[in-house]
Design a protein around this ligand. Structure first.
Ligand code: G6P
Length: 615
């Protein structure tokens, strides 16, 4: 949450900062701001509540000159979203400006100590406390901003990625990180700083990922220097070449990133599968697992930790792994796991499942399991993000940047990787027959084509969305592999349309939720032909008997459900364990069109952020 950008070089910093903020807006969009040092040495700060567009509007006709600056787009934690709490924050003298992503846990103690020394504060933020602390250290130790930031990192407890500029030194940006991501782009005589690589890629593909506990000194026209904050030892800089294209970061003619990302799924899943399933479907290859074959052969338990949509994918992963590998799987909310007292043994494998690879709770859950001796494995999308860097091994889903806040292509990518993983481990363990493996692996290869088929429902779903746009509540029901799909369908609708929706195991509905059903509460029921098909059909009848409207997602050619449901959406036949990959598509489209009809900001729904780097 919160995105930070920085630039030092020869170009006008403002343009790069604003463009960077647009790229990072998915991380938070409560307010934004820039701080630029101009040729005369003035530190100009412009901030505005709301989206980056509001900042641009505000900054019009202001002095935007200068080729060093920092910028921020905020997801509020300390203090309401307003102009004053917006970043960058400034020290009392106006000399130092700072942007920050993260939370400073001991900020109230630090604030009190600084107040006692006569410092006053204008905002409610933890960031202002940190920038005042930096200036206080500079004054008392008579040191540079670099020395002061280094010292401040020893006194600050919490998570941070920060960038700092000093009006009196317009040739340097200081950046540091602890538990929040920070990437430095290395150009020709210029440097870029950002929370992720997306603002950097159009200028350079050479990046340095800062590690936890590191501080970077970025001097104009000089080589980048990185040090360990505690020991002050210089770190060896590793330059990584980015494999990302700008097209992946643009809407490509679609009105929203979410719609683009839904329609991208045939390609993203083809990329996810590429090189991992042999043409005859007999062999699955995931090097992160093969290289640690013994671990997966001998483990007695797999724990999957995740949040949000990734948690739903994890629930499908549990079915897959238990079905094909016969290894017990526990799925935990990362935020609960990290503060619980789980029994973890050395033989356990913990899978951290995360699109962004930055979710604070998932990262902390992973660290907890790691320190208890578990083998930690990451399944992530963002290359070079914190989770893959903290795990013993892992596997990327390779679906490209996901920018819409509501996760779509990452969900199907995660399920696809979990499916391939379960086939591979099952094969290694001998718990799946060769013929079953070949059947399912071949079906995975068909998924991209089948999803294209499902897109033919687009117009029908658009019409359906019109009927339900004004519903106040929705129920999503599914069983087995598609119970998590019901949860995910409900979450999609909630997060982008703000309609209350609940996902339930279809049979469990009888134990309470059925009381809510009436003519005004539509149910979306996933009733594909699986081993509990007849049971789901009965659940539909129970809803209908109480006057409920039913939208059913069924297997192509179904004649039974179509007679009882009010509306039917057909998806092609596929192995049961892969049906969530197909049922996800109409659920995504239905949520999307309802939200559009309601005039919601689909890509940036209120109160949400894509990458949740705070607790
Ligand atoms: C946020 C996003 C969700 C996402 C969840 C977990 O809430 O809005 O779309 O599912 O975080 O994120 P992760 O990056 O760990 O998958």
């Amino acid at each position: 949450m919160c995105g930070i950008v920085g630039y030092i070089g020869q170009r006008r910093a403002y343009d790069i900062l604003i463009q960077g903020l647009h790229r990072l807006e998915y991380r938070g969009y409560d307010s934004s701001g820039v701080a630029i040092i101009n040729e005369e040495g003035s530190l100009n700060i412009y901030k505005s509540k709301g989206k980056v567009e509001a900042l641009e509007h505000y900054a019009e006709n202001k002095d935007l000159s200068g080729n060093i600056g920092i910028a921020h787009t905020r997801w509020a934690t300390h203090g309401e979203p307003n102009d004053i709490n917006a970043h960058p924050h400034c020290s009392e003298s106006g000399r130092i400006a700072m942007v920050h992503n993260g939370t400073i846990e001991n900020y109230s103690v630090l604030k009190e100590a600084l107040s006692n020394k006569g410092y006053t504060f204008v905002s409610q933020t933890d960031t202002e406390v940190a920038v005042q602390l930096i200036e206080y250290i500079m004054q008392t130790n008579n040191c540079s901003a670099f020395e002061a930031v280094k010292e401040a990192t020893k006194r600050i407890v919490g998570a941070y990625a920060i960038a700092v500029v000093d009006r009196q030194n317009p040739n340097t940006i200081i950046a540091a990180r602890q538990s929040s991501p920070l990437v430095i782009g290395v150009g020709e005589d210029e440097y870029f700083i950002a929370s992720d690589a997306t603002p950097i890629i159009e200028y350079t593909n050479k990046v340095v990922y800062l590690n936890d506990g590191e501080i970077a000194v970025i001097n104009r026209g000089e080589e980048l220097k990185v040090y360990d904050c505690k020991s002050a030892d210089e770190s060896k800089i590793e330059i990584t070449e980015l494999q990302m294209s700008i097209e992946e970061l643009e809407k490509g003619g679609y009105p929203h990133f979410m719609l683009k990302e839904i329609f991208e799924q045939p390609r993203t899943l083809a990329d996810c599968i590429s090189g991992r399933i042999s043409a005859d479907g007999k062999q699955v290859t995931l090097s992160g697992i093969i290289e640690h074959k013994d671990i997966f052969l001998n483990t007695n338990r797999i724990i999957i930790v995740a949040c949000g949509t990734s948690w739903h994918a994890a629930l499908i992963g549990k079915h897959l792994i238990e079905d094909f590998c016969r290894i017990p799987v526990v799925v935990e909310y990362a935020s609960e796991f990290r503060y619980s007292n789980p029994v973890i043994t050395k033989g356990d494998v913990l899978i951290a499942l995360s699109q962004s690879g930055e979710t604070a709770d998932t990262l902390a859950a992973l660290e907890k399991a790691k320190s208890a001796g578990a083998f930690v494995f990451g399944i992530c999308n963002v290359i070079g993000s914190s989770i893959p860097r903290a795990t013993d091994s892992g596997c990327y889903i390779h679906v490209g940047p996901e920018i819409g806040v509501a996760s779509t292509k990452a969900f199907t990518g995660q399920v696809t990787v979990l499916a391939m993983m379960s086939l591979l481990i099952g094969q290694m363990k001998g718990t799946i027959s060769d013929s079953k493996l070949q059947e399912i692996a071949s079906d995975i290869r068909r998924v991209p084509t089948l999803i294209k088929e499902i897109f033919k429902l687009n117009d029908q779903i658009q019409e359906l969305a019109k009927i339900f746009t004004y519903a106040h509540n929705f129920l999503y029901l599914g069983r087995g592999y598609n119970y998590p799909s019901a949860l995910e369908g409900a979450l999609k609708l909630k997060e982008i349309s703000y309609i209350h929706a609940e996902g339930y195991p279809a049979a469990e509905m009888k134990h309470g939720t059925i009381a809510l059903i009436d003519n005004d509460m539509p149910s979306v029921v996933i009733a594909i032909k699986d081993n509990v098909y007849e049971k789901t059909v009965s659940n539909i009848q129970q809803v209908k008997a109480r006057g409920g409207k039913v939208v059913a997602i069924v297997t192509e050619g179904d004649t039974i459900v179509s007679q009882m449901a009010d509306y039917v959406l057909e998806v092609p036949q596929i192995s049961e364990c892969l049906t969530p990959l197909l049922t996800a598509i109409p659920l995504q489209l239905l949520a999307y069109y309802i939200a559009v009809n309601k005039g919601r900001n689909v890509d940036q729904p209120r109160n949400l952020a894509k990458s949740v780097t705070v607790e």
